[in-house]
Design a protein around this ligand. Structure first.
Ligand SMILES: CC(C)[C@H](C(=O)O)[C@@H](O)C(=O)O
Ligand code: SF4
Length: 469
């Protein structure tokens, strides 16, 4: 019998028809989630053509990129550009009959935190959305990927996309993550190894004991961040942890349908002898806390190491990139990573702002104080995460330690609101992109896990969280 990958099974099940002989196909898309930043032109396109949304109930709209995260919330956007985007977003939700969670809604948050919370995503589904980190949904057994604005318009009008099948890569992670090492460290190490373009053109399936040992939220971190290696899709076979995560979510199927769905979902796996175009194997036992030193997520090393030497790099293009990155970051080869001082600490983003991430940070921050001269901020991934953290008393731990406790949104992950760093600021950040200017023009970002950000905030410099005890 032909052996098929999970990715191909999902694509096959959603293929409406093949289009010509160039390998394109018309792919049915089950669901989407839209933000105020990438959806406006799609709606304008529909308006110009006089088209309706074909299945409004399959979509959800969330304000997340531009909204302020100040402790007190209003619907007013202080920035006129953001105000226009949000008001057009509201207009589009109303006119096209799509549910909108605006910033005062108790279910509001970063789209990739909210969609799983609301039960919008089910195993086996295709979820395509106007944001690259839509790969997050791979953690729930769905195929998630980002699309451009014209594709959003096509989706809204037809519930389909013109799609080209990707190559498949399987990343098998054997072993067990050591204490103090998280799924974020693992995915940074993976990207360091395969490079920022290592998964370009691939859909990545994660497998292996260490992946299934992880919580669903930890898997979301891995699936979200694999975009930073260029992946155009991510997926992990659903297991009982996924079923437990999905049960009773607001938009989830219920009753007999739920029972039947669960049985199907657990069978939805790559066949044992399915062939992947590329295989990568990692050993979780060897994983250590990682930090980035450069301006690309693959420019990373263990926190216990020193910045690598330029002489060790043979490829002239990579050498030049490294020199430029070091100049921007104000760092020199040979500097031990744990001696690099920080001015800011940020815990947030769709990669690492869920309740487990906040619990990890709180464990480090309990009875400790943020170092003098460090400004530390926590932005929970959703209003629900915020409420859950408050119910557990985590907010007290954060506030007592000297962190600011904010409302949810993308915030300093990409600085589209007023949470923005100044030139020369250096931030330990639980986010997923360390590009030049990402957190503000001239600002310097070091990516790491939430626990490592908390440890850096306390120490005043990058530090190995395991040494704090
Ligand atoms: C704004 C959006 C297009 C972008 C993305 O697609 O990822 C953003 O969310 C990001 O993280 O850079
Ligand atoms: S939190 Fe950051 S990475 Fe995630 S969607 Fe928002 S801007 Fe993009």
């Amino acid at each position: 019998m032909e052996q098929t990958t999970l990715y191909d099974k999902i694509v096959d099940a959603h293929t409406v028809k093949t289009l010509g002989d160039q390998g394109q196909l018309l792919l049915y898309v089950d669901r989407t989630v839209m933000n105020e930043y990438t959806s406006p032109q799609a709606f304008s396109g529909l308006r110009e053509k006089g088209l309706k949304a074909w299945r409004p109930s399959a979509s959800l709209m969330v304000v997340d990129h531009v909204n302020p995260t100040a402790a007190r919330r209003t619907r007013e956007m202080p920035d006129p550009g953001a105000a226009r985007q949000v008001s057009y977003f509201h207009e589009n939700a109303r006119d096209f009959g799509i549910e909108l969670l605006d910033i005062l809604d108790p279910r509001q948050g970063i789209e990739h935190v909210v969609a799983p919370e609301q039960g919008l995503v089910m195993p086996g589904m295709v979820i395509a959305a106007g944001d690259s980190h839509t790969t997050a949904y791979g953690a729930l057994g769905a195929l998630g990927f980002g699309i451009g604005t014209s594709d959003i318009e096509h989706y809204l009008a037809t519930q389909t996309l013109v799609y080209r099948r990707l190559k498949t890569m399987r990343v098998t992670v054997n072993g067990k993550l050591p204490l103090g090492v998280t799924s974020k460290d693992l995915v940074i190490e993976l990207i360091r190894r395969i490079g920022a373009d290592g998964a370009t053109g691939y859909a990545v399936e994660f497998a292996g004991d260490a992946i299934f040992e992880m919580s669903v939220e930890a898997r979301m971190t891995v699936c979200t961040m694999i975009v930073e290696a260029g992946a155009r899709g991510a997926v992990i076979g659903a297991d009982h942890k996924v079923i437990d995560y999905l049960r009773d979510r607001p938009r989830m199927v219920k009753g007999k349908l739920w029972d039947r769905a669960c049985a199907d979902w657990l069978n939805l796996r790559s066949d044992p002898d399915a062939r992947f175009d590329r295989e990568v194997v990692l050993n979780a036992n060897e994983a250590v806390p990682m930090v980035t030193w450069g301006t690309s997520p693959d420019q990373a090393c263990p926190v216990t190491a020193a910045i690598p030497s330029i002489e060790d790099i043979n490829d002239p293009i990579k050498r030049k990139a490294m020199q430029r990155a070091l100049d921007y970051m104000g760092l020199t080869p040979g500097t031990p990573m744990d001696s690099v001082p920080i001015s800011h600490a940020f815990i947030g983003s769709c990669t690492n702002s869920r309740i487990e991430d906040l619990r990890d940070a709180a464990r480090v921050l309990k009875d400790r104080k943020v170092a003098d001269g460090v400004r530390a901020i926590i932005v929970p991934g959703s209003t629900q995460v915020r409420a859950q953290a408050e119910a557990e008393g985590l907010d007290r731990i954060f506030l007592d330690a000297g962190f600011e406790w904010r409302q949810s949104g993308c915030s300093m992950c990409l600085a589209m609101n007023d949470d923005i760093l100044e030139a020369g600021d250096r931030c330990a950040s639980s986010t997923n992109r360390n590009f030049e200017g990402r957190q503000g023009p001239g600002a310097r970002t070091h990516l790491m896990s939430p626990a490592m950000v908390a440890a850096a905030a306390v120490a005043g410099h990058l530090t190995d969280v395991r040494t704090l005890g």
